[in-house]
Design a protein around this ligand. Sequence first.
Ligand code: G3P
Ligand code: MG
Length: 255
Amino acid sequence: MSTTSASPLPHWPYPRWIAHRGAGKLAPENTLAAFRLGAQHGYRMFECDTKLSSDGVPFLMHDATLERTTNGRGTGGDQPWSALAQLDAGGWHSRQHAGEPLPTLENLARFCIANSYFLNIEIKPTPGLEEKTGQVVGELCTRLWKNEAVPPLFSSFRPEALAGARATAPHLPRALLLDTLWDGCLDVARELGCVAIVCNHALWDRALVAQVQGWGLRALSYTVNDEWAAQRLIELGTDGIITDRVDLFSPALQA
Ligand code: G3P
Ligand code: MG
């Protein structure tokens, strides 16, 4: 990593607490039922995972393949939206949620915009479709959020996906996701015009927080499910915490 003089931190309209995949493990991840449950627990910002159907519709799903979180088979990105829309994305989780459909990103956007919720859209491309996924998500969000004061925050582990989003939505904020501190990662984040780094929470220490914030980047963490870990991140002066434990952490009560 090269050295640089300190840069100002970007304006940050987002709350500290972000509900992972809607409501963590309490509801089927990345379904509208999960986002509604997260909201019932007091969350005002949500993380979701998005990828493209074979006919280019951004929809919500974490895995590349359908088996874990739906009753479908194979690669989600190989199927058209008309087929994906028929799947049960809730029955794997609980009987209560059987029949819950996969949402499009547009479905979730409408829920968030109507309720003034904030959204972190993780661009989770089917392998090989990194740039295209970023481009399509950027185009869609430019249209959907055009009259809103606070834009969604894009994030991705894949720099090509962020480059795609920048190409079609240069004005929408981007964050680089890091599971390890690979060589040159902060340079890449800066080249992509990112406003934040979202790290595996165990990677943060005082030196890394100072370095990242000194580069003018906000410091966020995933996925934080223990009180001691959250307390450590707050004391380090980080800016955001993505959690599954919407039942443990109450945004209204925590710093
Ligand atoms: O966006 C934060 C976090 O969701 C990244 O990891 O695998 O849970 O999508 P993953
Ligand atoms: Mg994610």
